[in-house]
Design a protein around this ligand. Structure first.
Ligand code: FE2
Length: 230
């Protein structure tokens, strides 16, 4: 028997190796950002610290992060090529980049980066026990009986015998320090909620693709330098 999985959602996992001194420099910068948070009341006690909500959403402007972000760009090109996109026909912009810090039971609830096309998470500091990134299924392509995968009683009543890749509501990706995960910005994601973190630090970013030449293209955003500011 052959199983043909049609219409998969592609997430890539790769590694970025950076020398220890540069990594420590980035960690120090992030610690300074945390202590200079601009919106401390926004963070609940169970929420991870997220730089984009605390006034630090452009870390690509900080030279301490330049090597990392250069490497990220190479992996983003691999990702678009994987999707069959001709990278000669698009311009790729990183629009925002920020750090997240998680201690203890802090977590990031499921969300999407609606303002963006491609997103990434790079793990600057992570123990194996720290929480992993989780992706949540929204489409349930294989849910042949309504509620089969989404209603608890189906599992409790033994109708759904096992959770696997074909019926899961959510899946976590086992990530280690130095890993990077690249995914569609529209993918619903967050962090595992049942883990205890020991100062896990990740760096996230949003990427937008525009057409190099918009001539005869109906859908894609045209080149930024052709936009008319109103
Ligand atoms: Fe996110």
């Amino acid at each position: 028997m052959k199983v043909l999985n049609l219409f998969p959602s592609s997430i890539i996992q790769d590694k970025i190796l950076i020398n220890q001194e540069v990594k420590q420099g980035m960690i120090k910068e992030i610690e300074t950002m945390v202590s200079n948070s601009k919106n401390k009341d926004d963070k609940g006690t169970q929420d991870s610290w997220t730089g984009d909500t605390q006034g630090f959403e452009y870390i690509f402007k900080n030279e301490k992060f330049s090597f990392l972000l250069q490497e990220v760009k190479k992996i983003i090109i691999k990702y678009v090529k994987h999707l069959g996109i001709n990278d000669d026909k698009i311009e790729i912009y990183m629009t925002r980049s920020w750090a997240t810090v998680s201690n203890g039971k802090e977590k990031i609830l499921p969300h999407k980066h609606k303002q963006s096309h491609i997103s990434f998470a790079y793990y600057l500091k992570k123990n194996l026990e720290d929480s992993n990134i989780m992706f949540h299924n929204e489409h349930f392509q294989n849910e042949i009986i309504p509620g089969l995968f989404t209603n608890r009683s189906m599992r409790a009543g033994g109708v759904l015998k096992e959770i696997n890749l074909y019926n899961a509501r959510s899946l976590d990706i086992k990530v280690e320090e130095d890993d990077i995960v690249v995914f569609p910005s529209k993918a619903l994601h967050g962090t595992q909620s049942n883990k205890s973190n020991m100062g896990r630090i990740s760096i996230s970013g949003d990427i937008v693709c525009v057409a190099k030449d918009s001539k005869l293209l109906e859908n894609m955003m045209p080149p930024v330098n052709n936009w008319d500011k109103m």
